[in-house]
Design a protein around this ligand. Structure first.
Ligand code: SAH
Ligand code: SF4
Length: 334
């Protein structure tokens, strides 16, 4: 898809044309200009030529109903997005914010495959449009959007916020701000900027370790920004927005899932406006996931310590739904 030239192409057209086009793309979720019969045929032909609505994807379906796509961008690079369909009829779209990721977390397939570039606003929105088009055919809609695909959203701050604003606006998809969640490895500047943005989106921190030392072994970014610096920026975020934080904690066998780590986590998070989202490591090649017993006992230490814990169901195992795993595999095979 390439709608970057849209304004230029319809410059000489009456104003209401733009509204018709916005309606067609973001509300009717058309896949081709031919469907937009409210536009004159000659304009449709020009749009076809200059602003393709075609979204090129390879689709992978999992047994549990989640769908993962590899989406090809205009320059041939590929990103991945996932739709997680819940039993209650909600659909969560997990989107990428960058091609690859510069932060190189050891447990993350995306991070291990290097970094290419930031996504544009439209490339971020395109991922949601793809699934919206599919859901429309079933008379269903996207419910939530999480920035948990490839990349670090706060390192592509302007385009991520512009994409959210477009999807949030009445002229765009009109999706409420609270339906969006940004997950970050911990970029203090971006966290503080988000606090001032005035957008009621949700914020998640990929914590994954209760101490700076252990975090440093898993996430190289914590050498640039210590855990204390990240937590301080979150404190500022909470006081500015009064919004709670989701702390993501992924358990890795023998690395961060011992009782001592659970106790340290209680100490770190006591008193915070927030909750822990406990997830198990989705195997790449360096580590092993925690056993079910270990996760249960880890969770119970957190709860006994007074923390609120949720356990995210691990979607799409059969299609490698964890971040970056599919694109990583493809790259190895090519
Ligand atoms: N860069 C951002 C957002 C993308 S990653 C961030 O790190 O928060 C989205 C989530 O997937 C993060 O919580 C990340 O830590 C987690 N993740 C990465 N690799 C994983 C793996 N192998 N198994 C389970 N979760 C993983
Ligand atoms: Fe980047 Fe997030 Fe993966 Fe770390 S976990 S490498 S920050 S995408």
């Amino acid at each position: 898809m390439n709608i970057s030239k849209l304004k230029e192409v319809i410059e000489d057209q009456p104003k209401f044309r733009f509204k018709q086009i916005e309606q067609a793309i973001f509300r009717d979720f058309v896949s081709s200009w031919a469907e937009v019969t409210t536009l004159p045929a000659n304009l449709r032909a020009i749009l076809d030529e200059e602003c393709s609505l075609e979204i090129k994807v390879e689709e992978f379906k999992s047994d549990d109903g989640s769908v993962k796509i590899l989406l090809e961008l205009e320059d041939g690079l590929k990103i991945e997005s996932v739709m997680l369909s819940h039993r209650d009829g909600r659909h969560t779209i997990c989107v990428s914010s960058q091609v690859g990721c510069p932060l190189g977390c050891l447990f993350c397939a995306t991070g291990q495959n290097g970094y290419k570039r930031n996504l544009t606003r439209d490339e971020i929105v395109e991922q949601v449009l793809y699934f919206s088009r599919q859901l429309k055919a079933k008379n269903e809609q996207v419910s939530n959007i999480v920035f948990m695909g490839m990349g670090e959203p706060l390192l592509n701050y302007d385009n991520v916020i512009a994409a959210i604003r477009l999807m949030n606006s009445p002229e765009g998809m009109g999706l409420g701000a609270r339906r969006f969640s940004i997950s970050t490895a911990g970029i203090p500047k971006g966290i503080r900027q988000l606090a001032r943005e005035g957008l009621e989106v949700n914020l998640a921190l990929s914590l994954h370790a209760p101490t700076n030392e252990l975090r440093g072994q898993l996430m190289p970014i914590s050498k640039s920004y210590t855990l204390a610096q990240v937590m301080k920026s979150l404190e500022d975020y909470v006081s500015a927005t009064n919004r709670r934080i989701m702390f993501e904690y992924m358990t890795i066998r023998g690395i961060n899932d011992e009782p001592i780590h659970a106790k340290q986590l209680v100490k770190l998070l006591t008193g915070w406006l927030g909750f822990v989202n406990l997830i198990n490591y989705n195997e790449t090649d360096l580590f092993l996931p925690s056993t079910a017993e270990r996760m249960t006992s880890f969770k119970s230490i957190l709860e006994k310590g007074g923390l609120k814990v949720v356990q995210r169901y691990s979607f799409g195992k059969s299609i490698d739904a964890a971040c970056g795993q599919l694109a990583g595999k493809k790259k190895k095979k090519d």
